[in-house]
Design a protein around this ligand. Structure first.
Ligand SMILES: [Zn+2]
Ligand SMILES: [Zn+2]
Length: 72
């Protein structure tokens, strides 16, 4: 079994509402600032979380959401 982020692997989508205006936010993918070095990536993998950046097209609010990885 492998532990994978369901959002990155298109298994499911998570709908996040903007805290500012209540619109659904768009998933911008993994927040790359957490993955730009090998050690950071290893740390994230161990935590079992995938951090996604969500963006609101209406008011430009951005939100970091922890996605719990699941066993495939
Ligand atoms: Zn992910
Ligand atoms: Zn908004």
């Amino acid at each position: 079994m492998e532990k994978l982020c369901p959002i990155c692997n298109s298994i499911c989508t998570k709908h996040v509402r903007c805290t500012m205006c209540g619109e659904f936010m768009e998933d911008m993918g993994r927040n790359s600032q957490y993955y730009d070095s090998y050690s950071a990536e290893a740390e994230i993998n161990n935590s079992g979380k995938c951090i996604h950046l969500y963006h609101c097209n209406k008011c430009n609010e951005e939100n970091l959401v922890n996605i719990t990885e699941i066993f495939i």
